[in-house]
Each structure stands twice: as structure tokens, then as C-alpha cells.
Design a binder for this molecule. Structure first.
Ligand SMILES: Cc1cc2nc3c(=O)[nH]c(=O)nc-3n(C[C@H](O)[C@H](O)[C@H](O)COP(=O)(O)OP(=O)(O)OC[C@H]3O[C@@H](n4cnc5c(N)ncnc54)[C@H](O)[C@@H]3O)c2cc1C
Length: 416
């Protein structure tokens, strides 16, 4: 199949610039973590990329995110290490604790040990900071165009499947392919496969930031800490170089299903949700900044049997929305971006490249979706099942995370 070539800017004339004139152009719907990472990975493979973002600006509401080595190696490969180190936080380890007594059930080392073992570090970072790092790189790249107020409304495959026309905010753009990185409510996904509402998982998450200076010295260790309790769990870790403690508090609840990054929560309700929990949890809640206390219902979808068709594919939450109980949703979007770019870079046919990408990614992302669902149950056990879980966790061997963290999206195409 002959790919669609487009002419991009012409400045002077020499051999190198001539190559630049013949770049394949791709459109990405959605400028979140997945869409921006995909733009950078594709530009690195000499594609010209247009990112269409529906919002008035590229932004992401509060809260932190954990970046494990399987995705941080991609970000480093994009040249973003300095930005991540400058804005992120390198945790010393992971710790699981009992909700009431605070007893440490199990802990493992992260820090420099994980970077040595897997070749890339584990970061904690504020989402806004991560987006800034990605945006700065994308804005500086001559082959990436970023457009806001540009909701993708419609697309059509043209020229016997060799190109796609995308309509957005009154304009129509042509490209060799379209990538729907437009999140859990993906319009691209809906147009490909029809309307299918995401499923409420029965869990509501609170997110809050606590200024570290308000907390007793040493109370929060420099670790990713997960407190397990019946029907609930509480996660906290440092972000913004240690200035804030980011908390995600998940509670099984029915009857309230608002899914929004910006729905403010009521601290009184949060306090009631965690009555009886350890004193450290009470201290964290007491010092939360109410102006950045958010509450939202957690949704997901079952793994999809197919993602794309022809020259249109999906990426990130658009095709595999994942509960946060393995801290891997964004990591999967970042892995997708690297694998998609490698597949498209290796194949003259966009449709073939997209098909290969899907074939390489569906099993892994489905496994993470299912594992995250499983953790939703495991984290919230009570009674004897909780006791058995704690015993098993305490005995888990070093290397349990190898399958997850060793995955290298940058070389998966060569070893395919
Ligand atoms: C509480 C919580 C904690 C989490 N913690 C972690 C973690 O620690 N580690 C981790 O890896 N993951 C984590 N995740 C998951 C992670 O947040 C998501 O998987 C990730 O943000 C998905 O990125 P995305 O780019 O695919 O989608 P999104 O972030 O949803 O971005 C989609 C973008 O597309 C835009 N858009 C939508 N429709 C259109 C359209 N029609 N046209 C143009 N633009 C459009 C949106 O405005 C948005 O900017 C967590 C999730 C939750 C809920």
C-alpha cells in the first residue's frame, strides 16, 4: 500500500531538507499523557504529527502519578530525563501497611536499586509537571504541531484506505493515519466500534495534596505507601520534589458515579470514610488542602477484542482504561506510544504498522487491566482472606515485578 505523503514547510534547499519534505503526517486526537508521548515518539521516527486537543489548553488536574521503569525508559529515550529528575521525586521503596495498626506488612526497595536492576528509575511526579515536561519537548520539536480548542468530531478513510480526513472545529485535515488518544470516552473509539458506556467499578477515589511542611517531620517516609483496609485503601507518596504528599484514597461506594478530574470533594465526608484508621491517616486528612481535594468515581471497560481499523487506531485509555490499582494506566499509554512509533517507523504501510502494533500490545494491556481489577478486590479484603493475603505478600520474592518492569517497549518490535 502506498502511504500518503504531504509537503511540510520549505526553507532553503538541501538534501536533508528534501527528506523533510516527504514526511508522513499523522493526526493524534487528544493531548493527554498518551497523545503527547505518542507525538514525541512518532516525531523521533521522522513523522510529522498534528495533535488535536479539545480543551482550551493542554492541562491535567492536580494529583500525582507513579512512573515505573517500563515507561520511564521511554521518557528517557525521548530526552526527558533532566525534566523528570528536576520535577519528580525518586522514592526509596514501596510499603504496604495495615489500616488500623500501621504495621508494615511488606516493603520493597526502589531508589537506585531499581534503576540498576531495570535500567530506568521509578518516579513520583505531579501530573501537571509531567505534562509540562512533555509539552515543552513537543513545542520545541519542529515536526509537531499542537492545536487546542480542536475537538475531533468526525473522520473518514479516503483513497482506498491510504489516508484519513479528520474534521475538527470547522476545519478538515488530511493525514496518513489517525490515532485516537482521546481517553476513556474516546470519540474515535465510539465512531469505530459504536457507543458503549464504561462500567462503574463500585469504587470512588479521593485525591488530595498535603503540603509536606504541615506534617510532623518523618511521619511520611520517602516511599510509595499503600494502607490496606476492609473495603478501602489509602495510597500516599511525595511529588514536586518532596513539597507535597499526594494521596489517593479509594472507597467502595455505590450511588455516586460522577467521573470528573475537577469535582471537588467534601473533607467531612472523607473523614467519615476513614474513621478508625491509623493516626497518620487522620493527620494527612486533617492537613489536606481543601481547594485541591477531588472526588470521582472509577470506571473501566473490559479488554477490547480489536482496537483499530485500517489507518485508524487507538492508544491509552481510549482502548484500555485501567483502574489505578497497579499504577499502570499512563504507563501503558506511554508503552503504546513507543511500540506504535516503532511499528509505523518500520512499515511503509500505516495500516500494516497499526495492525502490528495492536498485535503486540493487546495481550499485555489486557493483563494489566485484569490485574488492576483483581487488585481492587485483594486490596480491600477483610478477616481471614486479608490475613492470608498479608502472609503471602510478606513472603513474595524479589523479582516479582520483573514481568512488569523489564518490558522494553523500545525493543519489542525488533524482537517480534
Ligand atoms: C486515581 C488515579 C490514579 C492513577 N495513577 C496512575 C499512576 O500512578 N500511574 C499510571 O501509570 N497511571 C495512573 N492512572 C491512570 C492514568 O491517569 C491514565 O491511564 C492516563 O491518564 C491515560 O492517559 P491518556 O492520554 O490515554 O488519556 P487522558 O489522560 O484521558 O487524555 C485524553 C485527552 O484527550 C482529550 N480529548 C478527549 N476527547 C477528545 C476529542 N474528541 N478530540 C480531541 N481531544 C479529545 C482530553 O481532553 C484529554 O486531554 C491513574 C488514574 C487514576 C484515576
Amino acid at each position: 500500500m502506498v502511504p500518503t505523503f504531504i509537503m511540510v514547510g520549505f526553507v532553503g534547499y538541501n538534501g536533508e531538507q528534501y527528506l523533510g519534505l516527504c514526511m508522513r503526517r499523522l493526526i493524534i486526537a487528544g493531548g493527554g499523557i498518551g497523545g503527547l508521548t505518542a507525538a514525541l515518539c512518532l516525531a523521533q521516527k521522522d513523522f510529522s504529527v498534528l495533535v488535536l486537543e479539545q480543551a482550551a489548553q493542554f492541562s491535567t488536574a492536580g494529583a500525582g502519578i507513579q512512573l515505573s521503569p517500563n515507561c520511564s525508559r521511554v521518557l528517557h529515550h525521548l530526552g526527558l530525563e533532566a525534566g523528570l529528575r528536576g520535577k519528580g521525586f525518586l522514592p526509596e521503596g514501596t510499603q504496604f501497611r495495615d489500616w488500623r495498626s500501621g504495621r508494615v506488612i511488606t516493603e520493597s526497595v526502589l531508589g537506585s536499586a531499581i534503576a540498576e536492576r531495570y535500567g530506568a528509575p521509578y518516579y513520583h511526579i505531579h501530573r501537571g509537571d509531567l505534562l509540562d515536561v512533555l509539552l515543552e519537548a513537543a513545542r520545541a520539536h519542529p515536526h509537531i504541531e499542537l492545536r487546542v480548542n480542536a475537538r475531533v468530531e468526525h473522520f473518514e478513510t479516503v483513497r482506498a484506505g491510504s489516508g484519513v480526513q479528520v474534521r475538527s472545529a470547522g476545519t478538515t485535515e488530511s493525514s496518513a493515519g489517525l490515532i485516537g488518544a482521546d481517553g476513556i470516552h474516546s470519540k474515535v473509539r465510539q465512531d469505530l466500534w459504536g457507543e458503549q458506556q464504561p462500567l462503574f467499578t463500585g469504587n470512588v477515589a479521593w485525591r488530595m495534596l498535603v503540603p509536606a511542611e504541615r506534617l510532623p517531620a518523618g511521619m511520611v517516609r520517602p516511599m510509595s505507601t499503600v494502607w490496606w483496609g476492609p473495603g478501602k485503601h489509602f495510597v500516599h507518596y511525595y511529588v514536586a520534589g518532596g513539597e507535597f504528599v499526594n494521596c489517593v484514597c479509594v472507597v467502595e461506594k455505590s450511588g455516586w458515579q460522577v467521573e470528573s478530574w475537577t469535582e471537588l470533594g467534601d473533607v467531612g465526608e472523607l473523614r467519615v470514610d476513614f474513621v478508625g484508621w491509623h493516626a497518620d491517616i487522620q493527620t494527612l486528612i486533617a492537613h489536606a488542602d481543601p481547594s485541591v481535594l477531588y472526588k470521582w468515581a472509577l470506571f473501566d471497560r473490559p479488554p477490547m477484542p480489536h482496537w483499530g481499523k485500517g489507518n485508524v487506531t487507538l492508544l491509552g485509555d481510549a482502548c484500555h482504561p485501567t483502574l489505578p490499582f497497579m499504577a499502570q494506566g499512563a504507563a501503558m499509554a506511554i508503552e503504546d506510544a513507543a511500540v506504535l512509533a516503532a511499528c509505523l517507523g518500520a512499515d511503509q504501510s500505516v495500516a500494516n504498522g497499526m495492525q502490528r502494533y495492536e498485535g503486540l500490545r493487546r495481550k499485555r494491556t489486557a493483563g494489566i487491566q485484569q490485574g488492576s481489577r483483581r487488585n481492587a478486590k485483594v486490596f480491600h479484603l477483610s478477616g481471614i482472606p486479608a490475613w492470608l493475603r498479608n502472609r503471602g505478600a510478606a513472603r513474595a520474592r524479589r523479582g516479582t515485578m520483573d514481568g512488569l518492569f523489564r518490558y522494553d517497549p523500545l525493543s519489542v518490535v525488533q524482537s517480534d
